[in-house]
Design a protein. Structure first.
Lengths: 286, 333, 390
């Protein structure tokens, strides 16, 4: 029972790291970035290449996967995304799905279509017993890393100057710009960090979710679910949503396996019907 | 006073009449669609697919372009139509037109039942609500394997001749003519609908929901109505696919199908009814040409075209292409 | 704007539709190869394409005086697209053979066309047993899941495994495997303690494996589509199932040669039954593996690849036997009863079912020369598909 709960939390944490960047770009720039998963994939592949090709240890490759995806995000933001902020949602969808197609085919061309496998160090394999509850070592590691990230993110948002500028820009971009906040630079930085987090999520998630060129398409839905249920105004919203989803999904599949795949969708429908703007929204939301 | 009302009414009637008049490019479009039967005898199967996808995109246009409702789950109705038609044919009702009518009715019923979910909410919420409805349908179809065949698909569909007269042939000629006729029929319905006072009130609703409510338009009821009609048309498209390919599988309900439908509509432009049709032609031909050139990596070029389309601007791409064609024609003659 | 769209669209359409004019040489025999080349099952398509091209490179492109032309198309793994492409290939390209078919629904959607047009349809991958029953023109060069599963059940019985749980992916082949295993195992008086089904689109095995862990069976029989095996095996180990004494057994899809080497330690010691391993010691196979690796950046052939390779063999030999005839019935007739030495071992196409009779090997994952291989250590000779009534 507790094992299932823990598995659900770990899965939820992973979803959160993967989706949080999307939530911020959507909230901040009102930009529907379906290509978010492509950055996650970039991070995942960066880890695989580093580990299998250059013998970099797993822990060492994680920051690199963050940086690689962030750099990738920053370049694309400056080159392409920037021009899309003022466009209609539908144009943004078309644009970002085009990017996904390109990313899928290019990855396939460069890396092949087979599953990529991350070889974990020994201390992350296997299982530990804590108070009689069997817990996968890697899942424990996920919970610790992701938990720390959540605290750091929340700290940045609420304590730093960048954080308050970001929150101001999310609340009202025009007024923020009027007050002299460099919104363009904040957009770029946020986009890069969001992409980097996705990349880190891709690297961490390759072990559990698998990694192949169709990754961005396969998991697009999950990201969107987290963001929609959690709302886009805060960090805690998507976080709570991701954890809830993770637990609901894992527990559902464990207790009623024949209905397993339904649970996550029914759950989302119920939330959206009751709270059309997401579970955790300040005021009216968007 | 009375005469003023009368003349206003007359004006309105005139406006509607003007709006429903057929224009030359429209006539040309349908003329080309019919001429394609003779011009490209070897491509009828692809044309059939285009007609079906076009009809599906048209159904999305009705809700997106005219009522402002985005949907990522329209495949739910496409799939319901397809399974209805497939199951009917399997049960011995092999006459396609009857199957089509029943599929339309069933899809409309499902559309009506789910329409209440999209009355409220932001774009994103609606996207996700429609999406989850479609995903639930996929799971239902997967679960009820004994009826739907599950992942393996619905086997053993044998279609009778259309109206007892026209057999489906191997080259797809009957299929294309049939789909085109149905597409045209549905198009007429949609065209009449959006240019009627009902359509005008929808557009008012799309522009500003509050204001539309304030001048007495029953907004919720309008949305329910148009959503139901749109679902029904999507169901017809699905039924056409089931009937012309004699096979139904879970992919008819797939998320990718909803996404493609939306993509096609966005490529062609929404809100003038032809967007879905033109988008379907462009999308299908691009994919067909690219995937026969590089079967493994066509997605890259497809993506590049989409990105270019948005970055450069759809209007400019089309304008440039038209200019290039003009030049070609100029030098040719 | 509308007018612009119209004109541009019309011209582009004419170009695109008219651009592909099928012009076949008089003495050409075309093979329409339809595979999932993009999407989640792309690796199946790549393996088969590589093997097919290898066969053609090795055996030339002229058979019985006819020039062989390959027409490859991507169906993205969507049945209605497969069917449309097959139909166009028959009607426009005038192909003599249809081949490929990566997944069961893709083959099922196309089967009626093969019957209608009387074209031999060579199924090189899809493995649900009932496929060949859908058309008398279908010949299969891969395997069927019952064929690979029943020997596993027998092996489990002989090795004293009494309580076994099954875990399969919830679609045609998975259900086939589950059914075959249960029936055979029950016949021997043993007990299947749980039958867990995992959705096809399932990112995380955790809850399903936890169910198995709670039951503590002697062994877990697994079928997952090739590619997913790696993820599965890691989570199996992570959950500590290996340490608590649950043996992992399955069909060879689990330890797919394509990615086996990257799976690393968790895979070592896993016992599977299958019709092909890249480490098969025969000379035919050694030559095949060497040539395949040379032509494909050192990638290892897997069972998909061998299905494509043997499929081409069947096509070539049938053409030779009929003197280059393009008559579908004659060609299928020539394929029935055909025997040859495949890289997987000796095989025969059973005339009544159009399925391969082939050896099923029991293999164990071991490290050989620094790479992981499925090493064959026992053989079930000449196994016919047990799911067919005879």
């Amino acid at each position: 029972m507790l094992t299932i709960l823990f598995d659900g939390i770990a899965y939820g944490m992973l979803l959160f790291i993967l989706a949080v960047g999307l939530s911020v770009t959507l909230g901040l720039m009102n930009f529907v970035n379906l290509a978010h998963g492509a950055f996650a994939m970039a991070g995942g592949y960066a880890t695989v290449i580093l580990m299998n090709g250059y013998g970099v240890p797993f822990l060492g490759s994680l920051p690199v996967s963050f940086l690689a995806a962030a750099a990738f995000g920053l370049v694309l933001e400056r080159l392409l995304y920037r021009r899309m902020y003022q466009r209609s949602h539908l144009d943004q969808v078309l644009f970002s799905i085009g990017l996904v197609f390109m990313a899928v085919a290019a990855t396939d061309f460069l890396m092949g279509s087979q599953q990529q496998i991350v070889r974990l160090p020994d201390w992350l394999r296997g299982r530990v017993e804590i108070a009689g509850v069997g817990i996968g070592a890697y899942r424990l590691f996920l919970v610790i890393v992701c938990g720390a990230l959540v605290i750091v993110l929340q700290g940045i948002l609420s304590r730093t100057r960048f954080g308050s500028q970001l929150r101001a820009a999310v609340d009202d971009t025009r007024v923020a710009r009027g007050l002299g906040i460099p919104t363009g630079r904040i957009f770029a930085a946020t986009f890069a960090i969001g992409s980097g987090l996705a990349g880190l999520g891709g690297a961490l998630g390759a072990e559990i979710l698998g990694l192949d060129p169709t990754f961005p398409l396969k998991f697009m839905l999950y990201f969107l679910i987290v963001v929609t249920v959690g709302g886009t105004a805060t960090i805690s919203g998507p976080f709570a949503a991701a954890i809830l989803l993770g637990i609901a999904d894992v527990a559902g599949k464990y207790y009623v396996p024949r209905l397993g795949a339904f649970i996550i969708y029914i759950f989302m429908l119920a939330v959206l019907i009751l709270r059309p703007n997401g579970l955790f929204v300040r005021g009216g939301g968007r | 006073m009375r005469s003023a009302t009368a003349s206003a009414r007359e004006k309105a009637r005139q406006a509607v009449a003007d709006a429903t008049r057929w224009q030359t490019p429209e006539l040309a479009f349908w003329a080309v669609a019919i001429a394609a039967i003779f011009l490209f005898p070897s491509r009828h199967l692809l044309l059939n697919e285009i007609a079906i996808v076009g009809l599906f995109a048209l159904s999305i246009d009705l809700i997106l372009g005219y009522a402002g409702i985005v949907s990522l789950g329209h495949a739910a109705f496409f799939g319901v139509g397809a399974y209805t038609a497939g199951l009917l044919a399997k049960a011995g009702i092999g006459e396609p037109v009857a199957g089509l009518a029943i599929a339309a009715a069933v899809a409309a019923a499902v559309g009506f039942a789910t329409s209440f979910l999209v009355i409220r909410g932001s774009d994103l919420t609606r996207l996700m609500v429609t999406l989850s409805v479609a995903l639930v349908f996929v799971e239902i179809a997967n679960r009820f394997e004994s009826i739907t065949g599950g992942v393996d698909g619905l086997l053993g569909i044998s279609m009778g001749p259309i109206l007892g007269l026209f057999e489906f042939d191997f080259g797809g000629t009957t299929a294309y003519c049939y789909s085109l006729a149905v597409l045209f029929g549905m198009f007429l319905v949609a065209r009449r609908l959006v240019r009627s006072p009902f359509g005008t009130s929808l557009r008012a609703l799309k522009e500003n929901r509050l204001r539309a409510g304030a001048i007495g338009i029953p907004t919720a009821r309008r949305i329910v109505t148009i959503y139901t009609i749109s679902a029904s048309i999507a169901g017809v498209a699905g039924a056409l696919l089931a009937q012309t390919t004699a096979f139904v599988s879970l992919e008819v309900l797939d998320f990718a199908r909803s996404a493609d439908g939306l993509l096609i509509l966005v490529i062609g432009g929404s809100g003038y009814l032809y967007g879905g049709l033109l988008g379907a032609i462009a999308f299908a031909l691009m994919r067909d040409a690219l995937s026969s050139l590089t079967p493994a990596y066509w997605m890259f070029w497809m993506g590049a075209i989409l990105v270019a389309l948005v970055v450069v601007g759809r209007e400019r791409v089309v304008a440039k292409f038209a200019a290039a064609v003009d030049r070609l024609r100029g030098s040719g003659s | 704007m509308f007018r612009r769209h119209m004109i541009a669209g019309a011209i582009a359409s004419v170009l695109a539709l008219g651009g592909i004019a099928p012009a076949a040489a008089q003495d050409a025999v075309k093979i329409g190869l339809i595979l999932p080349m993009t999407g989640p099952f792309a690796s199946t398509g790549r393996q088969i394409e590589a093997a097919v091209r290898l066969y053609m490179a090795q055996h030339g492109t002229t058979v019985a005086g006819k020039k062989i032309e390959l027409v490859l198309r991507d169906d993205t793994g969507t049945p209605d697209v497969t069917r449309r492409i097959a139909q166009e290939m028959i009607a426009n390209e005038r192909v003599t053979f249809l081949a490929g078919f990566g997944l069961t629904p893709l083959a099922l959607a196309t089967a009626p066309l093969a019957t209608q047009a009387k074209k031999p349809m060579i199924v090189m991958a899809a493995a649900t047993a009932m496929i060949t029953e859908q058309s008398p023109f279908i010949v299969r060069t891969s395997f069927t899941l019952p064929q690979a599963t029943v020997p596993m059940a027998d092996w489990a019985t002989h090795n004293g495994l009494k309580r076994v749980a099954t875990l399969v992916t919830d679609y045609g082949p998975g259900l086939d495997a589950e059914k075959a295993f249960k029936e055979r195992f029950a016949r021997d008086g043993r007990e299947v303690v749980a039958d867990v089904r995992v959705p096809l689109r399932n990112p995380d095995f955790a809850p399903f494996l936890q169910r198995v862990a709670d039951l503590k069976p002697d062994a877990l029989f697994v079928f997952v589509p090739s590619g997913v095996g790696a993820q599965f095996m890691k989570q199996f180990q992570e959950r500590g199932l290996d340490k608590s004494g649950v043996r992992l057994i399955g069909t060879g899809d689990l330890t797919d040669d394509d990615i086996l080497n990257e799976m690393g330690e968790p895979a070592v010691g896993v016992v599977t039954t299958h019709h092909y391993s890249a480490s098969n010691p025969s000379a035919v196979n050694k030559a095949f593996v060497k040539a395949f690796r040379a032509a494909n950046k050192n990638a290892r052939p897997n069972f998909m690849g061998v299905g494509g390779y043997d499929g081409m063999h069947v096509i070539y030999e049938a053409l030779k036997a009929t003197g280059g005839s393009t008559d579908g019935e004659k060609l299928v007739g020539a394929m029935k009863g055909m025997s040859w030495q495949s890289p997987r071992g000796p095989v025969t196409i059973e005339a009544s079912t159009r399925e391969l009779i082939q050896n099923i090997y029991v293999r164990k994952v071991e490290r050989v020369d620094g790479e992981l291989y499925n090493v064959e250590f026992a053989t079930f000779q000449a196994v016919a598909d047990p799911a067919k009534k005879r």
